[in-house]
Structure formats: C-alpha cells, structure tokens
Design a protein around this ligand. Structure first.
Ligand code: ARG
Length: 552
C-alpha cells in the first residue's frame, strides 16, 4: 500500500529524500540554508525550517513552533481541546492570545494533526466538523476572535501549519471541532495503511481521511479533487499553489483554475512559503529535459526529407534530438546513447565492453559519417555495466559511460548549444501504458538498411508485455511500439533513448533500446530497459545532484 511517503507516487517534503521508493529523513546538514531561521520549542536556533524538520523527522518530536524572522521573542504555539457539551472545540494559544480555531478552512488534514498531538492518536481524527459559535457554552472570558489554520496533514503539531491572523467572531461564525479516531473492531470498510478504518466513500476525495494519505493514492478518478496521472488525488487548494504535487507537474499548469489568494498580511505564520523556497532553490539546480530552442531547427529546414525509412521512422533535423549520442566503438557506430548531463551517458549493457579506451562518444551527430559544426567527440574514462546484466536474457541491459574530463577541468565537454541533457525518471509511475514517447537512432529500416541520418519515431508504451514475450519479459523491461508492427527500433538503435515528455514539457529517458523479436513484427513490440527501475543504481554511480532535482 502507498502512503504520503511513497515517492514513486508523490514528492517527499524537503526534509526527506527518496530512497528505494520511500521518503526517509534527511541528514539535517543536507538541508539548504535559508534566510529565515527556524524558531524552535526548545529555544535552539536552526538555520532553516528544513533543518529543524529534519531533526524532528528523526525523533518524531515536534521541534519547531512556528516561523518568524525575529526568532526568540515569540511565544510558542499550543493547542488544547475544550469540551463544550459533546463537542471538542479546538483552541489555539499564540502570542495573540488563546482563542478557538475558526471553522473557515478547518479540515481533516488539520484535525489529524491535532489528534496526533496532544491526543497521541497516531491515526489522527475520526471527523473534522464545525459548530456555530453560538452553540458553545462560554465562560465570561471567552475570546472574541478566532484563528484559521491550514495544515498539509504531515505536520507533527498545529504550530507547524499555516496560521492566519485573528478574525473577529460574530454570532454566525463557525468554530473548529474535532473527534479523534477511536478504533472499533474489525474493518469492513476501507482499511488505511496505518490501520485506520474509514468509509469507502471517503477514499479518493482529496481529503486525507486516513492520516497517512493512503486513501488518496490509487484512484482512477477523484471526487471533488484534482487527479494526477499517477492516480493520486490532491486537494484543490494544492492546485496552482506554486508547488508541484503531481509527478508530472500537471497540477501547476496555467490552464488550471487558480485558488483564491490570501493576502500575506492575513498570515500569522506561513511555512508553505518556506517549502516553496526550498523546493524552488533545489529544483533550479539541475537543468535537463528541455532542448535549447534557440538552436533547435536553426539549420536550413529544406534539408528535411520525409523518407519513411527505419521501421516507420522519420529523419530528424540536425540538432533536433539534443540528448542523442552515438557510441563509437573502434571507429564504427553500432549503438546510441542518451546524455544525462555532467560526464554521464546512459546506454545498453549489450552495447559496451569494459574497455573505455575503445570508445568515443559523439555528441550532436546527425549524419553518421559526417560532422556538423556542433559535433563533438569525447573519449571515455570509465564504463559501468550493471552487475546483474545477463547477455543471454538481456536482463538489466543498462550501462553508464563516464566521459573523460577536459584537461585541468571537472567538466567533460565544452559548452555546446546543440547538446542538452535528458532527465532521469525517478519513479516507475511517471509514465503509463498508452503514453506516446519518442525513439531515435541510426538503426536499420525494414529492408535492413542502416540509416545514414538520425531518425526518430513515436511509439506507445504497451502494458502486459508478458502476453507477447512470455518468460522472456523480465522485471526492469518495458515494451513500446505498436502491436501492428508499424513502428519499431531495430539493430543499430540499441542503447538509444526512448524519451517521454511530462505535462510540464520536460523530457525523461524512460527506456533504453534493448531487444525485440525481429523488427516491426506484429505482436512483437520493441523491448526497452525501464530506466526508472534502475534509478537507485544510476544515482549510486553518478551521485544525487547529477540525476535528480526532486526528493533529494
Ligand atoms: N539489440 C538491438 C541492437 O543491438 C536492438 C533491437 C531492437 N529491436 C527491436 N525490435 N525493437 O541494436
């Protein structure tokens, strides 16, 4: 079962990183520095909210109270429940005094946080409701204001949530009421990963009824919530909020309706702005998946000839596929590869032997036997073949080529406007069957002729490939093409990329051309190494920063 910590489905918060599909607590020193210091319950100062949260992540104890530029002076935020008839009214104590939490914006995510602490019910709340202020038994000192809070649901205390400045209470004001979860007997309804039992109808509504988000992770559609392609439902207030929640970024596209903006002056404490800042600073560090448009197709467009060669392919324009490389082995080219950035190229294990000296990697190559002005040829320093590669079965057909650094430099290539890196997918859920992606290479056409000019073709990802290849189809493989056999990769395309583009327009190397029964045969689609399956292996060899800007 998936939860909010399953990073094959959702992003880790900035104080966690994704290892083998789970968000684990980050080492506090891995947090980026921020201008704002974190205020903490024990009075110590941390250099960022990320660092404070990374520490409390390990201890499971809340360490910070809330954020302010002037740390220290502010009082800590405390929460308690106040009984009124059968209701538990949620009370919040801040530097502004003690007052009820407003009903406006009150939801399950916040209620879960309240019940986990101080009630210590790890599964959170049973219900989050509101009552009219007029229904409360009030003592004479009852406050005349309430404060709204908004949590994401993963906070360890209400103090870590977004808190708004006090609003005056009128007779019609609603205030927040909570009932904490109380397990009763066997679950005949929806069983959350954390053991909480909720009504079936509460799954897939964008509301974290479980408290671990497990009711929102596998939804073909969402009820009153935004549906991510990876089948996760996210609440509407997370759409267009400046933080990407869906793996492909579809929640942040301009075409989505923007939620009503809250004036910054209304905020008492705003951890979301910190999260936005950390996310955007780490996410701007890696450039990949976007071609250099300035350069793309600059060359004479009349060069284009629509010869339908290779298996259903079309000739590329010069500098069109900027991450495509050719692997030159003792002077001749039999394989392609994908540039990952830095000094790294990804290819198929069956394309290389552990003899770096035999190879050169050609960047910005178009015609196989002729250079462009942008073509660069780079020697190889090291070749890393997957330790479980099996040449008989093609299992784990993946290899990394490490380029030789330039003299007196840690770079491996001079800046080249016609070369861009493709991104490495970190999750096997980023693309799905029936998605259309692109293959490219200098491989053979149906007649067995090898292409003189780089070609490309669109293919679709095919599900249940065991149906076609039986036991030859292994974990870590992905099929793509079409079942009629109209498009396919072929001999000579191996090692080259199968590239898919996400909703935000960023391209990922989803597959590596590996094998297939002949080429372009009906019901024998091309088989690709499923790159996302090897994310941890790639990251282990290249280091974090080289391959991912997310979850790191
Ligand atoms: N193994 C081949 C190569 O070395 C690639 C074959 C791809 N075949 C296919 N039908 N998709 O080039």
């Amino acid at each position: 079962m998936y939860t909010r910590l399953s990073c094959s489905k959702v992003f880790c918060p900035p104080w966690r990183r994704c290892i083998s599909g789970q968000c684990v607590c980050k080492m506090p020193y891995k947090c980026p520095r921020q201008d704002k210091q974190a205020c903490t319950l024990d009075g110590s100062h941390y250099y960022s909210m990320c660092q404070a949260k990374a520490i409390s992540c390990r201890s499971s104890e809340p360490v910070f109270s809330h954020f302010s530029s002037a740390c220290g002076a502010e009082e800590k935020v405390e929460v308690h429940l106040r009984k009124s008839k059968k209701h538990n009214v949620v009370m919040i104590k801040t530097a502004k005094g003690t007052m009820p939490v407003c009903g406006n914006g009150w939801n399950m995510a916040s209620a879960n946080v309240v019940c986990r602490n101080p009630q210590k019910e790890p599964r959170g709340a049973e219900t989050a409701t509101t009552i009219k202020h007029s229904q409360i038994d009030k003592a004479s000192d009852w406050p005349e204001e309430c404060m709204s809070v908004r949590c994401t649901g993963s906070e360890l205390s209400l103090a870590e949530c977004t808190i708004y400045n006090p609003q005056p209470i009128t007779e019609s004001t609603d205030v927040a009421v909570v009932k904490c979860y109380n397990p009763k007997g066997e679950c005949k309804k929806f069983l959350c990963t954390n053991g909480k039992c909720i009504n079936q109808g509460k799954a897939c509504n964008g509301i974290d009824d479980c408290g671990d988000y497990s009711d929102e992770m596998c939804c073909q559609r969402c009820n009153g919530a935004f549906h991510c392609k990876s089948d996760v439902c996210i609440p509407l207030d997370a759409v267009r909020d400046g933080v990407r929640d869906c793996l492909g970024g579809e929640d942040e596209l301009d075409e989505n309706p923007k939620p009503v903006e809250i004036k910054p002056s209304d905020l008492f404490s705003d951890p979301m702005s910190e999260i936005r800042a950390i996310r955007s600073s780490t996410e701007s560090q890696l450039q990949c998946g976007v071609p250099n448009m300035e350069y793309e197709f600059k060359q004479n467009a009349t060069l284009r000839q629509r010869t339908k060669r290779l298996v259903g392919g079309e000739e590329a324009l010069p500098t069109q596929i900027q991450w495509q490389v050719a692997i030159q082995d003792e002077g001749s080219i039999h394989c392609g590869g994908a540039y990952l950035g830095g000094c790294w190229v990804l290819t198929a294990a069956h394309c290389v032997r552990p003899k770096p000296k035999s190879y050169r990697i050609k960047f910005s190559l178009w015609k196989k036997h002729q250079m462009l002005s942008t073509t660069d040829s780079i020697p190889v320093k090291n070749i890393i073949i997957h330790h479980e590669y099996n040449a008989q079965t093609y299992a784990n057909d993946i290899a990394l080529v490490q380029l030789e650094p330039l003299n007196l430099s840690d770079k491996c290539m001079k800046d080249n406007p016609a070369v861009r890196a493709v991104c490495v997918p970190w999750s096997t859920q980023q693309f799905q069957p029936n998605d259309t992606c692109t293959i490219s290479g200098w491989g053979r056409d149906r007649a067995g002729m090898s292409a003189g000019i780089l070609k490309w073709a669109n293919v679709t990802i095919i599900s249940d490939c065991k149906n076609y290849y039986k036991d030859r189809f292994l974990p870590g493989m992905e099929c793509a093409g079409d079942l009629e056999g109209k498009v396919d990769s072929c001999q000579g395309d191996s090692g080259g990329p199968l590239v898919c583009k996400d909703a935000s327009g960023v391209s990922y190397v989803w597959g590596i051309v590996s094998w297939g029964e002949k080429c372009g045969e009906p019901n024998n689609p091309g088989v690709y190494t499923k790159v996302a399956h090897y994310f941890d292996w790639i990251r282990f060899h290249t280091g974090w920063a080289a391959v991912t800007k997310y979850n790191q």
